[in-house]
Every structure is written in structure tokens, then in C-alpha cells.
Design a protein around this ligand. Structure first.
Ligand code: ATP
Ligand code: MG
Length: 749
């Protein structure tokens, strides 16, 4: 059981103690209208977890009351998800449709009690009659139908004598109830549709509010746990069970907060849209927050359950940072999986003073992982390293191979660059290097000091593999639609090279590729002839940095780059800054992290912020443009100061210049050190937003391009971009793009 006791478990314990319930029975009741997602995992963990913790049981029930949207393949996916997460339901999978006869009988009972009636209002009338939060509703004239008439009509509804929407069965409660849900809620509707299990036996289907409480009762559920949006439905839940005066014990409903995660969408409806529009490859696309997606990507059930446990159960909805989930999978895999070497973008190294071949013994696990196992790493005079592990003109804080800086090949020798070979276009295609024979890892007597160790593979013995590198599906925290998709959410690398043992020995299916992240052999596309690996998660994330704050740092603080890819903890004051940036100033965690960890940058930022209260825009320019400059020089060597950056942001914010022009102004500030306003004035860079100035330019361009105008009018709407582009070009980028867009569209009408 988890150490913390949440409010649901507190309720369960009280109910057991008071005798309100004898046995804990819960249920997980999904609608089979899509694949389950991580929100469902939370609900599964709660329902099955509580049943387990109190020696009760949990049912899996398909809530299949809407025949038009449901399907067996979704029901199957739900079963798979529960099993994969490691839970067992009691007996067979249940279905609300199993209870259709009993539910129907309960409806008849309510009609006979005068507590339900057949209404024949139109859908929009029903809505109108319901009233508003401040105004009572009014009851339909059909509510006066006699019990006999209601029984007869309901019978005929069942027999299929009416069309969809012609009649509806409603509970007779209170049209002026403060809780709008209690204003004669709908109980049964007509649907002439084939049900995936019941076939065409029924053409009336019970509504959620009527079916759910009764299904819970029929199954002997003690605690009916659902998400907060059902809070107002609790009154109906109780009303149905109480009005029918059912033999005890009866179930009670309790609500908890829905899980939301940033950078993704969660509802099955939205996920279905992504699947149907082929934005993703299917319900198990590793970028989706579906259980099938996480499974395919390489997440473990343990990591997902740990995450569900960590986020806890609360009564207030909140958005959880996806990096917290990423932290959980990293934390789970770190002590479990073998470390191997894979080069994603190979650069060839020829070691000119080595002309042998050897197999280097290398452990699969680092010292702090208590696992045994090793492999042979073939080494020869031709190897590959990662393209960006070599730099010809490297900045000071670059610790890898350069013409003047040696580097260690992990598990092997230290090499030194001797010659750079380039193609005709000046691209580096090969490095000639020398190794130091005395520098072998484990018995190094060379005395050569290096700043880092890089991964590599043997050129001949390594195997070609495909690596699929996944990033977040959306580029904004709270995506609205497909416009917010991250265009780089999938990068397929066809010719990465991996050390042979991974393919030949298969020590595992999940690996840490040294310095790259955690990877998983794709369960579907992988074959020995064509191995495919999915990136599960990178090695570090902002969440690690947040949670590791209290651990002592034993390593010296290496700036920006770590020798072994481990995360260095933040100091207490960095941590405080990070908190202020994310909580108070609402910066995203990447930006906050960059600022907080760099004293120069953060004091520059703070100073700019003291002149201009525009935290987000300032942070962006400081962490991008200013940070780039500070890689080359010290703060006191910069030609501009924080208040000039603030001035630049202020004239972007007020529309004086566009973002594009801002780049130009910044370039000028770099060299001349003049103030942004001065640069804008001198160069006449003020953004042109005045339609009277822009309109004649547009007219001119339209006049000069009669062909394109007629093509546009004939339906080639893509040419709008052409005209806008021409106008921007002829104003040297100074015209306000929004104004131009609008005017061009008007004029081409
Ligand atoms: P969706 O909007 O994604 O379709 P739903 O609530 O309609 O979700 P159901 O299949 O009806 O999905 O839900 C099954 C169970 O899972 C319900 O008890 C529901 O409350 C719970 N659940 C669904 N989404 C979440 C979530 N994001 N967080 C926690 N529980 C959830
Ligand atoms: Mg739903």
C-alpha cells in the first residue's frame, strides 16, 4: 500500500469501521469508444489499488450504453491495458449491456411509482424548458400523462415504433432544483442502432445517469469512484437508488480530480481525431498518451504506476508536468537496463597509429548498478563517433574532441585529432587521429588529462539500426488544435550504428544508449535483419533537477556539460530562483532552468526585468540571443546592457517593430552598442501598420501581377502568400504582416 493515505482510502477505512460496508468492491467502468490513456491509468490504479489494499475486489465493466460509438477493438484495448498494468478483475468482464433487461425493469418500476414519464418535446425545447442557473425550468405538458399512457408509450418505444428523438423517458424530480442535473433528467432514449454486443435487440438505451448507479448496485459495488465532473450527477445517483427503495447494501459515489498532462491532449475524442486524420500512425503511436502508445514506446507498467502514486489523489483538478512522468520512467530504468553504445550520426575516425584488432571487455552496468554482465567491444583502427562530438572551432566550454583537445573513447583509449578531412563543400567527412597506447581504460598510465569520455562503435563490426527519436507531440503546454502540433515530434534516423552485442546477444529489450537516453527494441517492427529502436526518454530533464535538489552534490559543478551525462543538482539558491521563475513569473521550465543555473544570465535577466515588466519576452531573448553571445565572451565584453535589451523588448511588445526586424536591430546592437530606438530611427525600421501607407503598395503589386491575380480568382488561394510576401519584400520587411494579410485578402476579393 502507498505510504500516504489519500482521502478515498480514508473514506473506505471509515466505512469499513462503521459497518457502512462489509466488503470493499470497486469497479473501473470505461466506455469502449477509444483506447485508454494515462488518465485511465490513474483511475485503474485507484480502483484496483483500493480493492487490493482492503482485500476486496474490482470489476472491469464496459460502460456500453451508446451503440453508435462503441467497438470490440476498444473493449479489447481496455482489457489489455488493465492486464498490462498488472491488475486482475474478478470473474468475467462485465458490461452495462448485460443489465439492460434489469435496468429496463427498474424504469418500468419508476413509471409505475409515478416517478418517470415519457416526454415528447423536441430536443431544443427540452433544453429551453430546463431554465438556467438563475431561473427555474418549466415542466413539459407531457409530464401529466397517466401511468398507463406512459407504460404503453415506453413499451412502444422499446418495440421500435418511433424514430430516434421522438420520445424520451425522464425522471420526474424537480424542474426548479438548484442542481440543474435534477431537472427531470433523461433516463432512456431511442437509438435505432446496432449495438456491438446486444446487436439489434434494443432500440431504447439507458442514459449514463440511470444505468451507472443501477449497474453499480447490481454488481454489489461499495465505492463508486469517478472523476469530478460527475459531482453534480451524484444527486441523481442517490435519487434513483433511494426512490427505488432497493435492498441494502447500496453503492455510494465519490469523486476525485481528473489527471491532465501538459503538451498533449487526453480525451478519447481528441485522440480519435489524431488517429483518424493520420497525424499519428495509430492508437499505439509512441507519441500518444495512450497506454498502448506508452507500451510501444518502451515505458514500463511500474513507471506508470509510480507516476500515478506520486501525483496522488486530490479533489482539485490540476495540470501535471509531463516531465514528472519522464522522471518516473528514467528512475525505473536507471537501475535495470544495460548501458551500450550507439552512434546516431556517425563521423568516421581513422586511428593512424593503431593497426590491430582487439575485443575490449566492458561491463553492461556502471558501478552503482548492482547487476552483473559484460560484453566484448570490438575495436580497430576505424571507428565512428557522434558527429557533434567533434568541433573544429569549439567554444571554451566544449569538452569533447577538437583539433587541440583529446578525448577518451569510453571503455577504450584516449585519442587526439591529427587531421581533418573535408569534402569539396567543406563538410568534415573524416578525422585522422592517434591513440595513446598507455591510456587504456582501467590501466591508464598515459598521464593525459581529458575533460570527457564519448561513445563510439567499431566501423566494421557495428550494425546498422533504425532509431526513432520521439519528442512531444505538441509544442505548446495546452494545445488547442492541430496547429499546435510539434513538427519535429518524430525523427527517423535510418543509419545509426550500434555495437554488435546488442543485436547478437540481446541482453535486454530496453537499453541506455550511453549519453543519448533510454531506448526500446520496437516490439512490432524490430527484426534481426532490420533492428528498430524507439527512444523512450532522454537522460536528463527539468524534473530531475527539481527533485534532486536535496541530494548532496559530490561532483564539482561542471557547467553545461557533464562528463557522464548525469544530472548535476541545483544549489539551494538556484533552486529558489527556479521556483520564482516558474511559479511567479510563469516561465516554462526549460527557460527557467537555463536562467537559474547560470548566474551571469540570471543577473542579466533580473536587471532587465527591473526596467521592464515583461518577464516572458525578456526571458526568451536572454536565454536565446544573449546566452549565445555569452558563450563567446564575458558579460563586461558585451556591447549592450540589460536596459537596452529591455528597451528592445518594449518596442517589440508595443508593435513599433516586428520580431523579424528585432533580429536585425539586435545584430546591430551587437556591433555598434547603440540603443534600439536609435537604431530603429537611423535605419527607418519602424513597422508600418498604417493601412493608408500599405494599400498603395498592394495596389502596385496587384497591378504588376495580372496573371497571378487571375489564377487566384480562379481558385488558387495559395497565391495569397505570394502577394503578402511581395508586399513584405518591397517594404524591406517593415510592413506589419497582420495588416498586410488582411488588406491583401480584401483587395483580392
Ligand atoms: P474521455 O474523455 O477520455 O473519453 P471519459 O471520462 O469519457 O474520458 P471513460 O471511458 O468513461 O472516459 O472513463 C472510465 C473511467 O476513467 C471513469 O471513471 C473516468 O472518470 C476515468 N477517467 C477518464 N479520464 C480520466 C482522467 N483524465 N483522469 C482520471 N480518471 C479518468
Ligand atoms: Mg467519455
Amino acid at each position: 500500500m502507498s505510504e500516504r493515505k489519500d482521502f478515498l482510502r480514508t473514506i473506505v477505512e471509515e466505512d469499513l469501521k462503521s459497518g457502512k460496508c462489509k466488503e470493499v468492491v470497486t469497479r473501473f467502468p470505461p466506455e469502449p469508444n477509444g483506447f485508454p490513456h494515462i488518465g485511465h491509468a490513474k483511475s485503474i490504479a485507484i480502483n484496483f489499488g483500493i480493492a487490493r489494499d482492503y482485500n476486496g475486489y474490482c470489476n472491469l465493466r464496459m460502460d456500453d450504453t451508446n451503440p453508435t460509438k462503441e467497438d470490440t477493438k476498444y473493449a479489447q484495448a481496455l482489457e489489455d491495458a488493465v492486464k498490462w498494468l498488472g491488475f486482475e478483475w474478478k470473474g468475467d468482464v462485465r458490461h452495462t449491456s448485460d443489465y439492460f433487461h434489469q435496468i429496463y425493469d427498474y424504469a418500468i418500476q419508476l413509471i409505475k411509482m409515478g416517478k418517470a414519464y415519457v416526454d415528447s418535446l423536441q430536443e431544443d425545447e427540452i433544453r429551453e424548458y430546463r431554465g438556467t442557473v438563475t431561473e427555474a425550468g418549466k415542466r413539459s405538458k407531457y409530464a401529466n400523462r397517466s401511468i398507463e399512457e406512459n407504460l404503453e408509450l415506453f413499451e412502444r418505444m422499446k418495440k421500435g415504433e418511433f424514430k430516434d428523438g421522438e420520445h424520451i423517458l425522464r425522471a420526474k424530480i424537480d424542474m426548479s432544483a438548484a442542481n440543474m442535473k435534477m431537472r427531470d433528467p433523461l433516463m432512456y432514449r431511442i437509438r435505432h442502432a446496432e449495438h456491438f454486443r446486444a446487436g439489434d435487440e434494443w432500440c431504447v438505451y439507458p442514459m449514463y445517469d440511470f444505468a451507472h448507479c443501477l449497474s453499480d448496485y447490481i454488481e454489489g459495488v461499495s465505492h463508486s469512484i469517478c472523476t469530478l465532473e460527475f459531482e453534480n450527477n451524484r444527486d441523481i445517483y442517490n435519487w434513483v437508488l433511494e426512490t427505488l427503495n432497493l435492498t441494502p447494501p447500496r453503492p455510494y459515489q465519490h469523486e476525485f480530480a481528473r489527471l491532465g498532462i501538459n503538451y498533449t491532449v487526453m480525451s478519447k475524442r481528441k485522440l480519435l481525431e489524431l488517429v483518424e486524420s493520420k497525424v499519428v500512425s495509430g492508437w499505439d503511436d509512441p507519441r500518444l498518451p495512450t497506454i498502448a502508445g506508452y507500451k510501444r514506446r518502451g515505458y514500463t507498467p511500474e513507471s506508470i504506476l509510480t507516476f500515478c502514486d506520486q501525483i496522488g489523489i486530490a479533489k482539485a483538478n490540476s495540470m501535471v508536468d509531463v516531465s514528472q512522468l519522464e522522471f518516473c520512467i528514467r528512475d525505473d530504468l536507471n537501475p535495470k537496463v544495460p548501458r551500450v553504445m550507439c552512434v546516431l550520426e556517425p563521423l568516421k575516425i581513422t586511428i593512424t597509429n593503431y593497426d590491430a584488432k582487439e575485443d575490449i571487455d566492458a561491463s553492461y552496468y556502471p558501478h552503482d548498478v548492482p547487476k552483473e554482465g559484460s560484453r566484448k567491444l570490438p575495436f580497430s583502427s576505424e571507428i565512428y563517433i557522434e558527429r557533434d562530438d567533434f568541433m573544429e572551432d569549439a567554444p571554451k566550454d566544449y569538452f569533447r574532441l577538437t583539433p587541440t583537445q583529446s578525448v577518451r573513447l569510453k571503455h577504450a583509449y584516449i585519442i587526439t585529432c591529427k587531421e581533418i578531412i573535408k569534402d569539396d563543400e567543406g563538410n568534415i567527412i573524416e578525422i585522422k587521429a592517434e591513440y595513446s597506447a598507455e591510456s587504456k581504460s582501467g590501466s591508464d598510465t598515459s598521464g593525459i588529462k581529458v575533460k570527457s569520455a564519448i561513445h563510439w562503435v567499431d566501423a566494421k563490426e557495428s550494425k546498422e539500426v533504425e532509431v526513432r527519436v520521439y519528442d512531444r507531440l505538441f509544442s505548446v503546454e495546452a494545445p488547442a488544435d492541430e496547429q499546435d502540433l510539434n513538427p519535429n515530434s518524430l525523427k527517423v534516423i535510418k543509419n545509426a550504428r550500434i555495437e554488435p552485442a546488442v543485436i547478437e546477444q540481446k541482453p535486454d529489450v530496453r537499453f541506455q544508449f550511453e549519453r543519448q537516453g533510454y531506448f526500446y527494441a520496437d516490439p512490432i517492427d524490430y527484426s534481426d535483419a532490420k533492428p528498430v529502436f524507439n527512444k523512450i526518454v532522454g537522460l536528463k530533464g527539468s524534473w530531475d533537477k527539481k527533485t534532486k535538489q536535496n541530494e548532496p552534490t559530490t561532483k564539482p559543478q561542471v557547467k553545461k556539460e557533464q562528463i557522464d551525462g548525469e544530472v548535476v543538482a541545483m544549489t539551494a539558491s538556484e533552486q529558489a530562483l527556479f521556483q520564482r521563475y516558474t511559479d511567479t513569473l510563469k516561465l516554462n521550465s526549460e527557460v527557467a532552468n537555463t536562467l537559474a543555473r547560470d548566474a551571469q544570465l540570471s543577473s542579466f535577466y533580473e536587471e532587465a526585468l527591473s526596467t521592464l515588466n515583461s518577464p516572458i519576452s525578456l526571458a526568451n531573448i536572454v536565454t536565446n540571443e544573449v546566452a549565445r553571445e555569452l558563450k563567446q565572451m564575458q558579460v563586461n565584453e558585451l556591447k549592450f546592457n540589460p536596459s537596452q535589451i529591455a528597451e528592445l523588448v518594449s518596442i517589440i511588445d508595443d508593435g513599433t517593430i516586428s520580431n523579424k526586424i528585432a533580429k536585425q536591430v539586435f545584430e546591430e546592437m551587437l556591433t555598434s552598442g547603440k540603443s534600439p530606438n536609435k537604431i530603429v530611427q537611423e535605419k527607418g525600421l519602424v513597422q508600418i501598420s498604417d493601412p493608408d501607407v500599405i494599400a498603395p503598395i498592394i495596389d502596385d503589386i496587384i497591378a504588376k501581377n495580372p496573371d497571378n491575380v487571375s489564377k487566384f480568382k480562379a481558385g488558387n488561394t495559395k497565391l495569397l502568400g505570394f502577394f503578402v510576401g511581395q508586399v513584405l519584400k518591397s517594404t524591406g520587411g517593415k510592413a506589419n504582416p497582420q495588416v498586410v494579410n488582411k488588406l491583401v485578402a480584401q483587395k483580392l476579393q
